[in-house]
Design a protein around this ligand. Sequence first.
Ligand code: HAM
Length: 407
Amino acid sequence: MRDFYPEDMKLRNRIFDAWRSSATASGFEQYDACVVESLELLQRKAGEEIVNQIYAFEDKSGRNLALRPEMTPTLARMVAARQGALSFPIKWFTIAQCFRYERMTRGRKREHYQLNLDIIDEDSVAAEAEVIYTAISALRRMGVPDSAYKVRVSNRALLSELLVSLGIEKEFHSGVFMALDKKGKIPREEIEGLMRAENLDDSACSAAFDLMDISTLEDAEQIAGESSPSAARISELFALLADYGVADQAVFDISVIRGLSYYTGIVFEAFDVKGEFRAIFGGGRYDNLLSAIGGKPASAVGLGFGDVVIGEIIQSLGLEETTSLECVAIGYMTDDERSVATRLAGKLRSEGRNVTLQTRPAKAKAFFSFAGANATHAVFIGPDDRLSGKANLKNLATREQTAIDLV
Ligand code: HAM
């Protein structure tokens, strides 16, 4: 698990601030829930890596509980519980702490935070466009250039159409998706082995694998048929992203499938263009999850945007914040000045300024070296200042001094 020292919190706060402000600017409302969730809600059918990564435990009364590995089941539970009272579509966001027992590599930790943006009960592809745009807007607020990443978009429904055209029946598709999602992570033979375990014969496995070589939406349409509704949905999404002014950041990529089985339509994942890092964010349409957990049927679209990968990218691009928060350091020479220093701190704080007040008398040299490391401004009060009722407020960057009344 992670410890966040003050220098780590600077980066984390910067990411969270960008997430919160972009979500709010797009009209998403914030929600939250406990990190402990019922294990049953989180466990779906096997084949998903995430199910094996759950930190689960039994509480004192024998309930099976877990630390959530993702927020989506919790969101579905919360929405289902108030489905009659909410007015849809809803646009909600959260910054959720999640836990996964993963093999720790670059970009993957056992604890991470995720911005989740979800729109419930909106069938139009405008929902996909809105969540993708909002995630891009967060990246812009962090100073990440548009050219540094691409959002790779596909549609599970299109892949389904392609599998049907190969003679592979719908009942096998979920297993095939989970197997093909492993492309690039495990060898082809193992992926075909996973598909054979789903009762696909050798030629079907091989043909399904070859679908991953389709490189353009036009090529996919040729196989699926000109009137493919799921290819048309992708084109519609790209046209909308152009209206948002983010067309250049989106590309078609048939191999984006996603490792979670609840997705039903458009799926997407954002990666850095150099391919050095893991996914920045990922999501898609999941129209059956509400009904699967006992709610009324409702369509849904959302994404998860983790803090770990983007933190690594910000550092690799040298985008760390260099300016520090404005703060006045107040120091004093002897115990006799403590009272006047404390009163000055109170006055400045009540005016809305940040003040770090020294807790003991100090020599000027030691105080100014502390102030240089922790503040933007400094006031050092000696006996003469106390007697005259005036001191100097020094701007540590410009060295400029202004007289300040002591209280
Ligand atoms: P996910 O792709 O599993 O999707 O995770 C979303 C993002 O969380 C990833 O792209 C990555 O940035 C981050 N992430 C995931 N696991 C880790 C980890 N072990 N360490 C660091 N970062 C990680 C979901 O979780 C879906 N529930 C997202 C969603 C919301 N779909 C619809 N609504």
